[in-house]
Design a protein around this ligand. Structure first.
Ligand code: HEC
Ligand code: HEC
Ligand code: HEC
Ligand code: HEC
Ligand code: HEC
Length: 251
């Protein structure tokens, strides 16, 4: 074999190597794309099953008829929240069919006349281990329903309900975005979302407190002299923001 031949070999080997690299890259890109499609498109499709409500309900129409949210969603004497309305709150008006709507016909025939409660699917329902109090948020912290529920209270129809096949929980808990993006407070309501808002609320309260010179003087100068240990324990903490205070949100 001549030197020339050897050189030719070496060159063609290098070319083959380059070609192999290109193929590997191509496979890598294809595999990557396939796994992205699988993870971001196919998996969510498989993970969630879509269920419809027993019949549609028009909030906007009823708000006009009734006048306020409290006729249907109210706080009981003991401070607990009534949640989704029971049949009793509908029957005054719907003892018989009022209009032409198919949804109302289903409602009256299948639920009002046999006196059967409507099995509503609750979008915001949390796992059983979670303790949530509407009074703490709506009455005490004066928060709007829309902050956590979006515009469902003023909508003209109910969206489909999506159930996670593995956990059985509503999709609204983990949110629509598989990537975890969140633009509104109501996009999802996972543990971190509750905790994040609690931290912000406490931070805001602390800032507000710092603007009042009398309180600040008392808290920072006088209180530590009277209760030296208490003050230390209270710095940077609040019962509901400490992540390790699990019992605040869990039963
Ligand atoms: C103050 C009276 C009133 C109360 C209380 C009331 N409704 Fe209605 N509802 C109406 C009226 C009026 C219409 C319009 C009927 C029409 O002309 O089609 C209506 C329409 C409907 C319809 C058909 C339109 C739609 O898609 O929403 C459904 C279903 C319905 N109501 C369910 C309920 C349920 C469930 C409750 C209890 C949680 C309830 N209503 C409470 C007055 C009332
Ligand atoms: C006539 C009765 C009625 C009135 C008035 C009414 N709602 Fe409702 N609301 C319902 C019914 C029935 C459902 C059950 C549908 C469902 O499963 O979500 C519901 C569901 C909801 C939910 C969803 C709960 C969940 O996670 O599934 C929210 C939030 C809500 N209402 C807010 C409001 C707000 C805010 C107002 C006032 C602007 C209002 N509602 C007025 C009857 C009413
Ligand atoms: C701080 C966030 C927050 C605010 C503010 C809030 N909610 Fe809720 N709501 C929730 C959560 C979380 C749940 C689920 C609770 C559970 O499953 O234990 C829920 C559940 C509900 C339900 C379903 C209850 C059931 O039967 O399980 C209704 C109806 C409802 N909210 C209506 C309202 C209305 C009306 C307002 C305004 C007056 C309001 N919410 C304000 C977070 C909120
Ligand atoms: C957008 C803001 C926000 C979100 C979201 C939120 N909270 Fe809160 N929560 C508050 C504020 C503000 C308070 C304080 C009320 C007060 O004590 O003044 C509070 C108080 C509470 C309390 C009472 C705490 C105590 O010390 O008694 C509980 C329990 C609670 N939240 C649970 C939850 C759970 C569970 C979730 C999620 C499902 C949640 N919260 C989501 C703002 C929020
Ligand atoms: C601010 C309220 C809050 C605090 C504090 C909190 N959690 Fe949670 N946790 C939730 C909510 C809401 C859920 C349901 C939504 C989810 O899965 O993220 C949850 C879900 C969970 C789950 C999954 C349960 C299931 O059935 O899917 C575990 C486990 C858990 N929490 C453990 C803890 C532990 C341990 C702590 C204390 C270090 C803690 N949590 C503190 C609100 C809270």
């Amino acid at each position: 074999m001549s030197i020339k031949d050897d050189k030719a070999h070496a060159v063609s080997d290098a070319a083959a190597g380059k070609k192999g690299g290109g193929t590997i890259l191509l496979f890598f890109i294809l595999g990557f794309a396939a796994s992205m499609v699988l993870g971001w498109v196919v998996f969510p499709q498989l993970l969630y099953s879509t269920k419809s409500q027993p019949f549609d309900f028009n909030h906007a129409l009823h708000n006009e008829e009734v006048g306020d949210c409290e006729s249907c969603h109210f706080f009981r004497q003991d401070g607990t929240f009534s949640g989704v309305p029971s049949l009793a709150q509908c029957t005054d008006c719907h003892a018989d069919v009022l209009g032409e709507s198919q949804d109302e016909a289903v409602f009256v025939q299948q639920y009002v006349h046999p006196e059967r409660e409507v099995p509503w699917r609750v979008y915001s329902r949390q796992p059983d281990c979670v303790f949530f109090s509407h009074a703490a948020h709506v009455i005490k912290a004066k928060m709007d329903c829309a902050t956590c529920h979006g515009d469902i209270g003023t909508s003209t129809s109910l969206k489909p309900y999506q159930e996670n096949r593995i956990t059985g929980y509503s999709r609204d808990i983990w949110g629509q975005s598989i990537a975890g993006f969140k633009t509104h407070t109501y996009d999802r309501m996972k543990m971190d979302d509750c905790a994040q808002c609690h931290e912000q609320a406490v931070e805001a309260a602390r800032q507000a407190e710092m603007m009042d010179p009398v309180t600040r003087h008392f808290r920072q100068e006088i209180a530590p002299m009277i209760y030296p240990l208490d003050r230390q324990a209270a710095v940077g903490s609040s019962v509901q923001t400490q992540r390790d205070a699990c019992f605040v949100c869990h039963k």
